[in-house]
Design a protein around this ligand. Structure first.
Ligand SMILES: *Cc1c(COP(=O)(O)O)cnc(C)c1O
Length: 368
């Protein structure tokens, strides 16, 4: 059987070719290459999409996380609660801000940080909770917010994977104090290169972010703080404006693939499907199943021409980058078990139902 790729980076261009080519021409003819109308236009459109007062365009998701922490005043000596199971960028951002990540295990049913486990991780050094909307599913915003308010902590999210997700009727992005987005090409709202943003309802933090991304200056040669070069690229902003219009429809295609998988794969012995708690609408960035014989199942699928991935095989606490924290295997058993059992099935706006059916057929045929 012919193979298909896990991701398709060409299909979004082909579908939107006219609009994207027009955006490119508009950008080239403007003669304005850095921090122009495309960036401010996208920031306004994305803030409104998220229901947030401000959006600040940045160079990547990692920069968004790092600079959001700095804008909130988090730095050396501070602790930030993070999930034990996330992409390493979440932890790296805390590290780069000079603070220490304090891992909290997820709820194994939702993959998201378990609010019930947060209070025991808090101490005098804790300054913030950084929740991750993993695989597209919103975290438990109300529960985390109430812990944050009770303890005077900043509530941030890593929303790299959940653009367009809904939490109790409201879009994510306008709910926590600072929400951090990645527009890496594989994300639901993907650029054609590197891009990110922070959304917030706090005007002073938005203002600080505008400085942090541009050498600490709002006005030429007035460098008020020690900033960075972390600007959203004007051309990527032009492309993102086009893609944002199509995000709801493209997320709906993901929802349909997820529903197809849910229906066709329910009741298979040893196979655990993802869940979507009441009141939450996932953006279905990934469709992650669990199986005790994960590697055998992956090999079976690969032999049938079905591409899969593992998000992520090594939890951050066991990576070389965080060896200095001194965690051993067994320190975070929920995250470690997930890392051994998870498989991400193909899901994206251009997958198509025919391929999804092929995935199902191959999975049903596994007799590991
Ligand atoms: C992709 C991703 C990031 C990093 O975004 P970049 O734009 O690649 O820097 C951070 N956190 C999570 C959960 C991600 O999936």
């Amino acid at each position: 059987m012919d193979e298909f790729p896990f991701q398709d980076f060409r299909a979004p261009y082909l579908e939107l070719k006219e609009e994207l080519d027009a955006a490119y021409q508009r950008f080239m003819n403007s003669g304005h290459l850095v921090l122009g109308d495309e960036v401010s236009g996208f920031e306004a459109a994305y803030a409104s999409f998220c229901g947030a007062d401000h959006a600040v365009g940045l160079s990547s998701g990692l920069d968004a996380l790092h600079l959001a922490l700095r804008a909130a005043g988090i730095g050396p000596g501070d602790e930030v609660v993070v999930p034990s199971n996330t992409y390493i960028a979440t932890w790296l951002a805390v590290h780069h801000a000079g603070a220490s990540p304090v891992p909290v295990e997820p709820d194994p049913a939702t993959f998201n940080i378990d609010p019930a486990r947060i209070p025991s991780a808090l101490g005098p050094q804790t300054k913030a909770i950084l929740a991750v909307n993993l695989y597209g599913l919103p975290s438990d915003y109300p529960a985390i917010e109430s812990i944050a308010r009770q303890h005077g902590l900043v509530f941030l999210t890593d929303n790299a994977q959940a653009q367009g997700a809904i939490c109790q009727g409201r879009p994510v992005g306008g709910l926590a104090d600072l929400e951090c987005h990645s527009f890496y090409p594989s994300k639901n709202l993907g650029a054609f290169g590197e891009a990110g943003a922070v959304t917030t309802n706090h005007a002073t933090w938005a203002e600080t972010l505008l400085k942090l991304r541009h050498y600490g200056a709002r006005e030429r040669n007035h460098h008020e703080i020690a900033g960075f070069n972390a600007r959203l690229d004007e051309l990527q902003a032009a492309f993102l404006c086009v893609r944002l219009h199509h995000l709801p429809e493209w997320n709906t295609r993901r929802v349909k693939i997820a529903a197809l998988y849910m229906e066709a794969l329910s009741g298979i012995p040893d196979l655990t499907l993802p869940i979507q708690p009441d009141g939450l609408q996932s953006a279905w960035h990934q469709f992650v199943i669990r199986h005790p014989r994960r590697d055998a199942l992956r090999a079976h699928l690969a032999a049938a021409g079905i591409p899969t991935m593992v998000h992520y095989p090594v939890p951050p606490h066991l990576s070389g980058a965080f060896r200095h924290l001194g965690y051993r295997e067994g320190a975070f058993p929920v995250a470690e078990t997930m890392a051994r059992q998870m498989i991400s099935l193909p899901i994206h706006a251009h997958l198509g139902e025919e391929r999804a059916h092929r995935v199902v057929e191959a999975l049903v045929g596994f007799e590991g």
